[in-house]
Ligand binder design. Sequence first.
Ligand code: HSE
Length: 442
Amino acid sequence: MGNNVSIGLLGLGVVGSGVIKLIEDHQEKLVHQLGTSVHVKSVLVRNPEKARDVDLEKTFLTTNPWDVLNDPDIDVIVEVMGGIEEAREYILKAFSAKKHVITANKDLVALHGPELQEAATRNKCDFYYEASVAGGIPILRGITDGLASDHIQQVMGIVNGTTNYILTKMNNEGVSYESALKEAQELGFAEADPTYDVEGLDAARKMAILGRLAFSTDIDLTDVEVTGINGIELEDLQYGDKLGYTMKLIGYANFDDHQLEVNVQPTLLSKEHPLADVKNEYNAVYVYGEAVGETMFYGPGAGSLPTATAVTSDVVTVIKNLRLGVTGNQFTEPHFKKKLKTPAKRFGQYYVRLHVKDQAGVLSTISSLFHEFDISFNRILQTPVKKNELAEIIFTTHQTSLENFHTALNELKNLNEVIDIKSYYKAEGDGNIEMARTTETL
Ligand code: HSE
């Protein structure tokens, strides 16, 4: 590899430009750390004529992928073009050409990670993807290196900035989901088509990757249950607040007794939970390890330079491996056979909002029904809905199995006194009413 390592970049968008800038601006530090210079030699782009806010003097732009993939001087390919099929094809070709690969592409890693890992191993190439989860937060190395000796039991993440921004707005300003989304779009925090973010699909991909690495097991994207924040009503954030909770889109992955659950869902977090204070577009990942206890990693989940720091950390790792002559590495390979938990083995607390007939004995009927399934209530709120002679009942439960909770909800629908189950959400912790912003007493 000589005194310089040459990199080939596939794509020159927001992240690719950040990578070039970081490598050029921090060259002296990189040379000091690595004992070699690092240089982006060529870049695959769609349009070489496009004006770009990056110094490309020493860099060759091409529209032909083979100029990059077949260049014998290039040791490391950095894929920041996005998309799935083309990116997958180019990465597989890069491995066949014995080039090490770094990607920021969460969709690709979530969908085809195992295939790419296998190709990397077969060709004795390194394969890293730190930037695929939570942008600038070094969470994948935090899990695989920092907590390598620990038994990780739980990972909870706010891994989507768009939805966190929307929920923060709703919470702080008391605006509806629709107006918070509109404002997020106007400010560029949400895409014109926000489906991928608000339906939880982006977070699901990140949780599949996090879960694989945290628990050393294969997780398919289809194993991740997903509920997004679209359709969320302000009332539930406000009632949640009164009960001492904050609504967040939480990616949850839990592993015990070699059984696994991974999901993404709007969750009412106790205001005491470390993730409850993560606001606006920020991301954070909470990791609970048997030995270390609680840890939390916080930072920007997107953006040119933050994401480029993650990509460049992979570049540094690959070059260190090259210098040591120990290639063929990746974060971790699956070790445990996957077994998903049944609903009887999944435990949690829940928040439920109901419309019921405003008459004597309703609350006791509902609580008897839940008692039959061994579910006890934690807190209860009741308010009359005057114009319809209805009452709105909101309660949170203590820990129960998902199976019992769903059975109780189904039975609840059949009660004559219950008009409508307006909403239900997972709750995390008991809520802290001292931290509620409201001055009303419950
Ligand atoms: N769309 C993502 C988010 C950023 O809103 O967090 C890229 O993963």
